[in-house]
Design a protein around this ligand. Structure first.
Ligand code: ADP
Length: 465
């Protein structure tokens, strides 16, 4: 994984994590708001019922208000009459005698009685059974499912300010600012009931706590997974860097002995008596091959795609040389390598031998390597069709397991996990073969049956000249 991909993953994961957390916070805030709204609705509904239960009739209130109005005027009339000694006649409706009009003779007694009555009704709250208020409020709130502690007060609003007429034990003046207020009397806004819930926030948050805990728990799991993933990626990155360094070092270390070998071969060739010797020629070709492998093949497998320098090469000759070299290189009686060329003599293909040869040799090597038969058979057939050459390499080896089939062209992939360590390899052979074939404009594919053998086909563009 390169640095850009790694940074992209970190950024995407961070965005996803931040997004999830933000959505959860928003969602929690919404849940709290809904709870709060529901709480308020329940309290207001309770307030209505509480007032109704107190059983105050609007008429009583109205009457009281009228009496209060009368109070000042009657007092004045009474005082004036005493001062002026003038005769005042007052008529009133006698409700006990069919509302007949009667004259009030004893004014002093009348005013005194009226005054007392007015005084009595001056404070309509006195008509309420305030001792009951506490029980009514508690019961009503309980019925609505509100279990939060409630403080309340019955308040009279005058010009001087708000006067608490009756209150619960712990009601504080600051609670008067509470939004839960209602008129005690329908027609009189001066008397109101205030409810205050000191633990309201606690009560509301308590109801969303289980959800909050769950979402914190899941967020923590996501966070932990995120941290673990980043750690694993970092470790893998480090491992892959170590691997690359190691292979680069090996490649570098191989270069020196191979270069020495090549110098030795060319010194040998200077001796005319042996320069045409088949073994020396084989040595030279193999030395060249080894050099290319170390300098370019491994190098290119780990770094960039190689730049090939293709030349038109006679297909028949090319494969003949290649197979001969291969046969020489194995030198084992239990291995039979057969070669059949069905291509026309004038078939040419654009090939960079230095790359394509090791690519095809990989397949041939594998045909022998992954073969546990006593007598190993490798047959190579080359033929052409529709401007393409086909090189088929068939073996009677172990075959490729179904689960490995999709993977064998992957870099570093080695199949047959069970007995893989019996056969040496780096898992880059077929990756390289595929890369090189494709750079030549061709393809490589295979058919295989476990236990019976495998047939690899290299298909390359070719033309008859
Ligand atoms: P290596 O040979 O170093 O493991 P390769 O890339 O050449 O790497 O091959 C990848 C895997 O494909 C091998 O490990 C092996 O399991 C499987 N394989 C390749 N060729 C053959 C074959 N002819 N028969 C059976 N298995 C094969």
């Amino acid at each position: 994984m390169n640095k850009k991909t790694f940074i992209l993953i970190i950024v995407l994961m961070s965005i996803a994590l931040a997004g999830t957390v933000s959505v959860q916070i928003l969602w929690m805030r919404n849940a709290v708001k809904i709870q709060e709204k529901q709480f308020e609705q329940n309290v207001f509904a309770s307030l209505k019922t509480i007032v109704a239960k107190l059983g105050i009739q609007s008429t009583i209130v109205k009457l009281s208000a009228e009496f209060l109005d009368l109070d000042d005027r009657t007092e004045k009339i009474y005082n004036d009459s005493i001062k002026t000694q003038s005769k005042i006649t007052i008529f009133a409706l006698d409700t006990e005698k069919n509302d007949s009009v009667v004259e009030i003779n004893d004014l002093e007694k009348f005013f005194k009685k009226l005054k007392i009555e007015i005084k009595e009704t001056k404070d309509p709250l006195q008509k309420l059974n305030l001792n009951l208020l506490d029980t009514i409020i508690k019961n009503e709130l309980k019925e609505r499912g509100i279990n939060s502690r409630c403080e309340f007060a019955a308040v009279h609003k005058t010009e001087k300010g708000e006067e608490i007429k009756y209150k619960s034990k712990n009601f504080k003046t600051s609670y008067l600012k509470s939004k839960f207020k209602t008129n005690i009397f329908i027609t009189d806004a001066d008397y109101f009931l205030v409810l205050y819930f000191p633990d309201k926030s606690k009560y509301i948050y308590k109801s969303v706590v289980p959800l909050l805990l769950l979402s914190v728990f899941f967020t923590l799991i996501i966070l932990a997974t995120f941290i673990i993933t980043v750690n694993v990626i970092l470790k893998q990155k480090k491992l892959s860097e170590i691997k690359t360094d190691f292979i680069n070092n090996i490649t570098h270390e191989l270069k020196t002995p191979v270069a020495t070998l090549k110098v030795a071969i060319s010194t040998l060739k200077q001796d005319k008596t042996i320069s045409e010797n088949k073994t020396v020629m084989l040595l030279e070709r193999q030395g060249n091959r080894l050099q290319k492998i170390t300098e370019r093949v491994i190098d290119s497998s780990f770094n960039n795609k190689p730049n090939i320098n293709a030349k038109k090469i006679n297909v028949h000759k090319y494969f003949e040389y290649l197979i001969t070299d291969f046969k020489h290189s194995i030198n084992d009686k239990n291995i039979t390598v057969s070669f059949k060329s069905k291509v026309p003599e004038n078939l040419f293909a654009k090939i960079d031998e230095t790359y394509l040869t090791p690519a095809i040799i990989n397949i041939l090597d594998n045909a022998v390597k992954y073969n546990d038969k006593e007598h190993k058979e490798v047959s190579v057939t080359v033929f052409s069709k529709d401007n393409f050459l086909f090189a088929e390499i068939k073996d009677n080896g172990t075959g490729i397991a179904e689960k490995d089939k999709k993977m064998i062209f992957e870099k570093f992939y080695r199949g047959m996990k069970g007995n893989i360590h019996k056969v040496k390899g780096l898992g880059i052979g077929l990756f390289f073969t595929k890369q090189i074939t494709e750079i030549h404009g061709g393809t490589v594919y295979f058919e295989s049956k476990k236990g019976e053998g495998t047939k690899f086909t290299v298909k390359l563009p070719a033309e008859t000249l």
